[in-house]
Write a protein that binds this ligand. Sequence first.
Ligand SMILES: [Zn+2]
Length: 320
Amino acid sequence: MSLAPYPSPEGRERMLDELAVPLGGELVVYGTSVEGRPLRALRIPSSGGPGRPRALCCANIHGVELIGAYLLLTLLRRLAAEESDLAPLREAAEIWVVPALNPDGYARTWERGGIGRLPELRANARGVDLNRNFPLPPGATPSRLPSAGSSEPGAATYRGPHPLSEPESAAIAELAATIDAHAGLNLHSFMGTVIPASVRDRPAYATYRRLCRAFAAAQPGPRYRRLAHRHLDVFTGEMEDHQHHNLDTWAACVEIFPLLATFRQHLRAPSLFWRFNPRDPDRWAANDIPGIAAFLLAALATPRPRALAQPVLEDSSSAG
Ligand SMILES: [Zn+2]
């Protein structure tokens, strides 16, 4: 069963190899998955010279969400183009791109033709939801909300035995800490939203509102809404929370492919795959890549989160 126009796992890696050449990029193997696949990142030197801040763009932490990897490969192609509209981003930052954080989940989705239950296609090879496997911020307590992560193996959001128990999450956490990124985006599907790291302090909350507005304002088509609430947000072991609170990075999750678009595509999708992935990915690449660039540029022009932080002032109206 074809998942075209999405590339096979081998095709994805081949494209990464090919795109590294015109970008003058350096391919870095930063770890190995449970099933032995190399975890690969592409470092693109800044056209603005050495010493620029770093931006980290990742996708496919969830196996079934191939649109994320597709978008990042398209981003690389556009960065490599002569007279690229993304030239300001290349000049502002050294960009690190990881198209597939969970290559085993990608390969499983591919082998099964995109057919399966969510826990089967989302997790890594040990059934762990990698995006519930990151350390919580200091002092945070886990939430009991179902979406916040489950301690039950077999659940779609099984968080694993302990934070960073999985080679894929441990390796990207180490890479992210090493490169000390100023800004980061993690691509998911579906929803058509931008979900910044959960923050309570006013300057960070206001900054994310501004960054998400920049994202939406740059989108030519459907504009993604920000999903955040300063008092209701919970910590769930997600990567962008780890990046913001533990690594001092402006970070957000982008849920590509609006709800309305996926239900227009199929009221009843023939498989889980075609619920999560658009049949016309180029349309969403064209719509979302300007947003990604705008978010990153705005974040790079803002002092890092810790430099901006001030003591937390709770609203007296808050129920706590
Ligand atoms: Zn996801």
